[in-house]
Design a protein around this ligand. Structure first.
Ligand code: URA
Length: 250
């Protein structure tokens, strides 16, 4: 079972899965920005505790369920990393930089290259991107079989009317695809500004759905994936770790 995070989240942490006991000095330097020698000094100074008791032995074995604190702040391990990012335009949801930089380059954390992106957005789309080291979790976000809803705010070139609600609910034929799109929920906010919720993630799906009805998407922003809404406190380009409740909701 992976470790779960308790207490405040400390940035710059590398979270790791520990199936076997780990030396305390190794644990500290892998979980924080401390080097092995600074971890040993912190131990020597009595700054590290395990389950409330100061530990000074660098060789002390950390096992699952222990709460290790540095200066009183828990650095309990989690098995995986999960975060949300407010993606700006001109970044891409690839793990490597191509024409535009990868969204991973916006993450001020250790080893971002070990993470992957659950549900990609186009370079000109903004909004919620979920990023994790947990492949099974991101599969639940992206697999069409899991019916994980993605909600978008869409700015359109042409006005729409209420008849489109039933059309999208019934499914539309995308060029090059075999069947109709799965039922989608359209909410018309203004004639050229709508909210669309889909449970699939076909290539350029939102843009192609509006193209299929003779319209054109001029602005696209993802607001929500499943129960996880983009945190309004995050400006474009900013990120935060997901809460335990958000992780469990997928
Ligand atoms: N649909 C699109 O067309 N583009 C995106 O970025 C996401 C969904």
């Amino acid at each position: 079972m992976p470790f779960t995070l308790c207490g405040p989240i400390i940035r710059q942490f590398l979270f790791l899965r520990v199936s076997n006991p780990v030396r305390l000095d190794k644990f500290i330097c892998e979980c924080t920005s401390l080097t092995r020698s600074s971890a040993k000094k912190a131990l020597h100074r009595g700054e590290i505790s395990c389950n409330g008791v100061v530990v000074t032995d660098p060789g002390f074995k950390v096992t699952e369920g222990m709460e290790i604190c540095l200066d009183g702040v828990p650095i309990t391990l989690v098995g995986e990393r999960y975060l949300m990012l407010n993606k700006p335009v001109d970044t891409i949801c690839s793990t490597i930089d191509e024409v535009y930089p990868s969204v991973l380059s916006l993450l001020t954390i250790e080893k971002p290259q070990t993470l992957h992106i659950g549900g990609r957005l186009d370079a000109d789309t903004t909004g919620l991107v979920l990023i994790t080291s947990d492949g099974q979790w991101s599969h639940r976000v992206t697999s069409p079989k899991k019916d994980c809803a993605k909600r978008y705010l869409v700015q359109l070139a042409e006005p729409v009317d209420n008849s489109l609600i039933a059309i999208f609910a019934a499914g539309v034929q995308l060029r090059g695809e075999e069947g109709l799109t799965k039922p989608a929920i359209l909410e018309i906010l203004e004639p050229q500004r709508v909210r669309l919720t889909i449970t699939e993630g076909k290539y350029h799906q939102v843009k192609r759905m509006f193209a299929a009805v003779g319209n054109h998407v001029v602005g696209l922003h993802r607001e929500q994936i499943g129960q996880i809404a983009l945190d309004p406190a995050l400006a474009l380009g900013e990120w935060r770790y997901l809460t335990a409740a958000e992780i469990a909701s997928i």
